[in-house]
Design a protein around this ligand. Structure first.
Ligand code: IVH
Length: 710
């Protein structure tokens, strides 16, 4: 397979600055790269790039896809966990999917994980501080799932694509570390998960033996372990000294314990090796000390690790936290930092994104960092350039970690002393695209072009997005005609599109346009005066609101008026509206902030008003699946066992639309403590009610825990 070119303009821009077209190209490029590396890593067991470089690609993909979900290629390899099972092995479907872990690389992002989890659970500051965790080394091997029926080992599988794995039972039976029978009482049916790995010494010995017999060498212990386990002849596996650590639970017919820590003890009692560095951690503050401790131990360990995994200890809390996308909300991998390199910085270019942000990009002499050729890197913003005193011609340190794109860390000491250094870089005060003043509000690090819709870098991209296929989808109004109408001053804002008919005569006179084509275009525009709320929200081009997020938001709020009212109310941090917004499954804190920020801008409100006047925005309906599909549910009173946002999220997962007021359209009212007038109204209207206990039982019986999306 030929790898796509590593050095494309889109490949160097920060995700927030990509136009929809660039995002599509870049996502396709990244998906192809990820597919290639997935194959090399999971199926061929011969990786071509470092893990950090792979994580970097993946994170960049995720960051771009979050902003442009509609630009994602179909069946993207980036959404796969691992690789599809190899047909040489029998396939087996995991009873509970084997998902991945989200990564963080520093304390700040780790704290972000803790605060997301504690906010989701609505723990108070004290509870948040003392949220008990378990920390374990992140073993760099391959994950496996082991099924025990009545205590007897019956099947072992690789992760495969997360849903289906390869049946490697015969090979796993050869592992000394794996108990063929669990010692002591156990659930009737249980899936136990862990990592199979090869020690560093065994890896070196294996490679020496491979070399002596003229066989292919393995790149690292993990690939040697994977290659050894995925042998068609179990006798070969038996010759390879594979080891095992057990660390997680898949399906269980009965909960084995109440805490993860107790589960680790139980695994040990059953006969599994459990990593001896695992510790119970009293709260977020101790987590960093544990990371330092494990980092210090890393070199002396007999096996490779690539970070630390933290898991919420209480299994009931894990259950409540559930999953978001391909990873649990109750666990995180804090990974060790990655490769650096030195190269020469040739030039500093200032790029202008769709949001007007001026971003400095360093053009570099090509350098290989962790297996990836880097030619550009971000310099973040003007303060960073000044702080690092980076100048053209300098030798600079480059880093690729799990970071979104490579970054310039600083200038080498030798460069600082060069007598012929260039003059300090002066950050422009005007937009390099439109020449408008670029301002930097106090307290912010980003300088932005004030040209707004008049700056071609921003306006045209926004308009193109507005009429794109998943937005208004106006036939005949493509990238080129938008650019043309923009330059002619006919369309400067989205609402201008709907007054184009007043310029019909002028349009007909334009080159390439005639009476018929103008009539067709105007008819296509008329056709789109009626638009669903989700398309409408998507079309606005709000940061991070791609088609799927727009759908989530639209389904939640139902009508344009309700959406707008709630967005305005959500401007107050801590308000019910804000909590509600953040609790919509799939909408995190940052996305909520972006929505609120958009509505907070006066000129956006003006655009909304203009559009609302010109359009018929239709209500959005809930999907027709789940135990409460199409039903309207109202929560009232104080809920004692769950927070209101969590209860809403649960109801929505079951297909319900959650409303604040009781009406004839309400199907169910859940009554918390001190339920007042709404309870009375439900009684009057003869609407079904449940108290909190009944509601919880209903949810449990419908197995409403969030279905992990694969
Ligand atoms: S827990 C729901 N614990 O890391 C996910 N995973 O990047 C449960 N890994 O697929 C995984 N050491 O292969 C867990 N102590 C540990 C781990 C660990 C290594 C691997 C595992 C997983 C991958 C995610």
């Amino acid at each position: 397979m030929t790898l796509p070119d590593q050095d494309e303009t889109a490949g160097t821009l920060p995700p927030e600055d990509l136009s929809p077209a660039q995002a599509r190209t870049e996502l396709a490029r990244l998906a192809a790269l990820l597919a290639h590396h997935n194959e090399a890593y999971y199926r061929l067991d011969t990786p071509e790039i470092s893990d950090a470089a792979y994580d970097g690609l993946r994170q960049r993909y995720t960051a771009i896809a979050a902003r442009h979900p509609d630009a994602e290629p179909q069946d993207s390899a980036a959404n796969a966990v691992g690789a599809a099972p190899d047909s040489a092995f029998g396939k087996h479907r995991h009873m509970v999917p084997m998902l991945s872990l989200d990564n963080v690389f520093d304390r700040e992002d780790f704290e972000g994980f803790i605060s997301r989890a504690t906010r989701f659970l609505r723990l108070n500051a004290d509870g948040a501080q003392h949220l008990a965790l378990v920390g374990e080394p992140k073993i760099d091997g391959l994950s496996i799932s082991l099924t025990y029926e009545n205590g007897v080992f019956t099947r072992g599988t690789t992760r495969g694509d997360g849903t289906e794995g390869e049946d490697v039972t015969a090979n796993l039976r050869t592992l000394r570390d794996l108990p063929q029978r669990l010692a002591g009482p156990c659930p009737e049916l249980i899936e136990i998960r862990g990592e199979v790995f090869l020690s560093k010494a065994d890896f070196l010995a294996l490679n020496a033996a491979q070399e002596a017999s003229g066989k292919r060498l393995f790149a690292n212990p993990r690939n040697a372990a994977a290659g050894s386990l995925r042998q068609l002849d179990p006798r070969i596996t038996a010759e390879r000294p594979l080891s095992l650590f057990a660390y997680a639970l898949g399906f269980s017919s009965a909960p084995p314990t109440h805490s993860h820590w107790a589960y680790l003890q139980q695994l040990q009692a059953w006969g599994f090796p459990v990593n001896p560095l695992s510790r119970r951690i009293a709260g977020a503050a101790d987590a960093e000390a544990f990371f330092e401790h494990v980092s210090a131990e890393r070199a002396a360990l007999a096996y490779d690790i690539d970070g630390v995994v933290y898991k919420v200890d209480d299994l009931a809390l894990q259950d409540r936290l559930g999953f978001a996308g391909r990873a649990p909300r109750w666990a995180i991998a804090w990974k060790f930092p990655a490769e650096q390199a030195t190269t020469t910085l040739r030039e500093i270019e200032i790029q202008v994104g769709r949001t007007g942000a001026l971003t400095p990009v360093a053009h570099l002499d090509p350098v290989n960092v962790g297996g990836v050729l880097v030619t550009r890197a971000t310099l973040h913003n003007e303060d960073e350039i000044a702080r690092k005193d980076v100048r053209p011609g300098d030798r600079v340190f480059i880093q690729r970690a799990g970071d979104v794109i490579p970054q310039v860390l600083g200038v080498t000491p030798a460069s600082l002393d060069m007598p012929d250094r260039a003059a300090p870089f002066v950050f422009p005060t005007h937009c390099p695209v439109c020449g408008a003043v670029a301002v930097r509000p106090e307290g912010e690090v980003v300088r932005r072009c004030t040209g707004g819709l008049t700056c071609p870098a921003q306006a045209v991209e926004r308009l193109i997005h507005f009429v794109s296929r998943q937005a208004f989808d106006i036939e005949g109004l493509g990238d080129r005609s938008i650019g043309e109408f923009y330059d002619a001053g006919l369309v400067r804002t989205p609402a201008d599109i709907f007054t184009l008919h007043t310029h019909a005569a002028e349009l007909e006179k334009r080159e390439g346009w005639g009476e018929q084509s103008v009539a067709n275009l105007l008819a296509a525009i008329e056709n789109r005066r009626t638009i669903s709320l989700s398309r409408f929200i998507y079309a606005l081009g709000i940061r991070r609101i791609g088609a799927s997020n727009a759908r989530l938001v639209a389904r939640h709020y139902g009508s344009y008026t309700n959406w707008l009212t709630q967005m305005r109310a959500a401007a107050i941090i801590g308000s019910d509206a804000r909590l509600e917004l953040g609790s919509i499954t799939g909408i995190g804190t940052t996305i909520a902030e972006d929505l609120v920020a958009f509505v907070a801008e006066e000129h956006n409100l003006a655009t909304l008003a203009d559009l609302h006047a010109a359009l018929d925005i239709t209500d959005e309906v809930a999907p027709q699946s789940g135990a409460l599909a199409g039903k309207t549910v109202v929560f009232t009173g104080t809920l004692l066992t769950v927070t209101r946002p969590e209860a809403r999220a649960t109801a929505e997962r079951m297909g319900a639309k959650v409303s604040d007021s009781v009406s004839k359209k309400t199907d169910l009212v859940v009554l918390g403590e001190k339920a007042g007038s709404k309870a009375k109204k439900a009684l009057e209207l003869n609407i079904r009610t449940m108290d909190e206990t009944e509601w919880n039982a209903f949810c449990n019986s419908r197995n409403s825990s969030p279905a992990p999306t694969e």
